[in-house]
Every structure is written in structure tokens, then in C-alpha cells.
Design a protein around this ligand. Structure first.
Ligand SMILES: [Fe+2]
Ligand SMILES: [Fe+2]
Length: 270
């Protein structure tokens, strides 16, 4: 059962893990509280014997908090997969610490991120699940599958997101993220929240073409929440507006190298 609508309505105890989806296939927020607007939303899926940790955060800023929240749910040694949506330090420089706790865990990453991740200080000889650029990679669980969808140049050239078939949640990494001082777990006021998403996307995302291409790819998936790595979770009620707003946002190269007047006119008449 999707608990995000209830969480939007009330006060949430963020000192503990927060259940976002209840059942035999459960999803938890296990992220961090910190004064920086770059605070980290880590997530944990528990499905039978599978314990899947997502974007566990940085060593210094996030690891102690994320570990504490995970420990309140499952032994960290039982983690079976660590999903790393791209290689940024705020998202995963804690990988060596997690691999000490769960040396058998498989790391899910795209091939281009896989090349970079061991530079954080662990052996490349760990178990990997490569996410195909063809979007054909899934992780089959007792209850449904996780589907991995690449998001080229949003913002890493070979970044990806994870769609959870059971909950309908899209774990979107930096896409849909917001930099906000007055953070709450679930966004309630869409217009206010969108204002906090705009600066992040303008600076980090490559172009509107990249955004539109990705949004087209996720059209077939019924999304019941967008769970980003920074900022509030976007509940189902706001998902259509989030998709629409992002698909119309000029960003990155659109703003740095705008089309000339001639190109603009031609693109309208051709
Ligand atoms: Fe990033
Ligand atoms: Fe990030």
C-alpha cells in the first residue's frame, strides 16, 4: 500500500526509517537530515530475502545516518544489491563502507559508471549487474521487477533511473530533484516545489531535448510517485504536472548556446 499520500498530510518522524510502501514488497526512505540542501534521499526495498539499497550517499555527510536507519530495518550485512544511479560522490562515495558491511552485495550500475566507481576505493572485482543502454535490464524479485531505464545526459552521460513495478515509484536520482532549505519529505504545494526544482535542472541537465527524450521513454510506466535523490518526493497527484513542467523547461545547453534568430524561425516553419 502506497503510504506517500498519508505522509504528505502529517508530521513525519525523520529520525527513523519511513515506510513509503507497505507490504511483502516494502519501500523505505532511509536518507539523511542535514542543514545542506544537498541532503540525501536514500531508499531501501525489502522483498523476501532481497534487500536493495539505493543511492546510499556520501561517507562523511550521510553514511552514519543512512546506516543507522538501515540497521533499524535489516542487518546491513543482508543487503543483496546496491543501486547506484550514477557516480557522483554525494550519491555513492560511501560504497567502500557499504561493501565492508555487505561484501557480497551486487552493485547495479551502467558500464560507464562502473569504470569510475572503484576510484572511491574498492576492488573492481566485486559482483556487478550492468544496466544495458538498451533499457532491457531488470531485477526480478519475489514480487514484481525493478526496471532500469537509462537517462542519457541527465546529468551523467550514462545515468539511469529505476522503476519499481510493485509500488509504481520512479527512483529518479537527480531528475526531479530540488535544492530546498525548507525541505519536507513529500511535496504538497506544487507551484512552490517547482520553483525549487528549476535552478537545479537548469544547471545540471544537458538540454530540453535530453529531458524530452527521457520523459518519452517513461510514458508507458504508471508512476505513483517520483522519488528523487535530493528534495521532496513528488506524490502521484503532482506527477503529471512535474512531467509537463520538465518537458517544457529549457536547460543546460539550451541556455548556454541558444539558437540564433534564423534557426528559431526555420525550426518553426520547417
Ligand atoms: Fe549527480
Ligand atoms: Fe545528486
Amino acid at each position: 500500500m502506497n503510504r506517500i499520500p498519508d505522509l504528505a498530510a502529517g508530521d513525519v518522524d525523520l529520525s527513523r526509517p519511513v515506510c513509503l510502501f507497505e507490504g511483502d514488497h516494502a519501500v523505505y526512505w532511509v536518507g539523511s537530515e542535514e542543514p545542506s540542501p544537498f541532503r540525501c534521499n536514500a531508499y531501501l526495498i525489502v522483498d523476501g530475502d532481497r534487500r536493495i539499497l539505493m543511492d546510499p550517499g556520501s561517507t562523511v555527510h550521510h553514511f552514519p545516518q543512512v546506516r543507522k536507519r538501515v540497521e533499524q530495518l535489516v542487518p546491513p550485512s543482508s543487503i543483496t544489491e546496491i543501486i547506484v544511479h550514477h557516480q557522483d560522490p554525494d550519491l555513492c562515495d560511501s560504497l567502500p563502507s557499504w561493501l565492508e558491511l555487505a561484501p557480497q552485495a551486487r552493485i547495479v550500475a551502467t558500464p560507464r559508471a562502473r569504470v569510475l566507481l572503484p576510484y572511491y576505493g574498492f576492488s573492481a572485482d566485486v559482483d556487478w549487474l550492468d544496466v544495458s543502454p538498451e533499457d532491457s535490464t531488470t531485477l526480478d524479485l519475489d514480487h514484481g521487477s525493478l526496471v532500469f531505464i537509462t537517462a542519457p545526459f541527465l546529468h551523467f552521460p550514462e545515468g539511469y533511473v529505476t522503476y519499481d513495478e510493485v509500488s509504481g515509484f520512479l527512483f529518479s536520482s537527480d531528475i526531479g530533484a530540488a535544492i530546498e532549505k525548507d525541505w519536507r519529505l513529500v511535496a504538497t504545494d506544487w507551484e512552490r516545489h517547482w520553483q525549487t526544482m528549476i535552478p537545479f535542472h537548469i544547471f545540471y541537465m544537458a538540454s530540453n531535448r535530453a529531458l524530452k527524450g527521457f520523459l518519452k521513454k517513461i510514458e508507458p510506466f504508471p508512476i505513483t510517485a517520483i522519488c528523487p535523490q535530493h528534495g521532496s518526493i513528488i506524490p502521484e497527484a503532482h506527477v503529471p504536472r512535474a512531467v509537463d513542467s520538465l518537458s517544457n523547461l529549457p536547460c543546460g545547453l539550451d541556455l548556454l548556446y541558444p539558437a540564433s534568430n534564423i534557426e528559431s524561425v526555420l525550426s518553426e516553419i520547417l
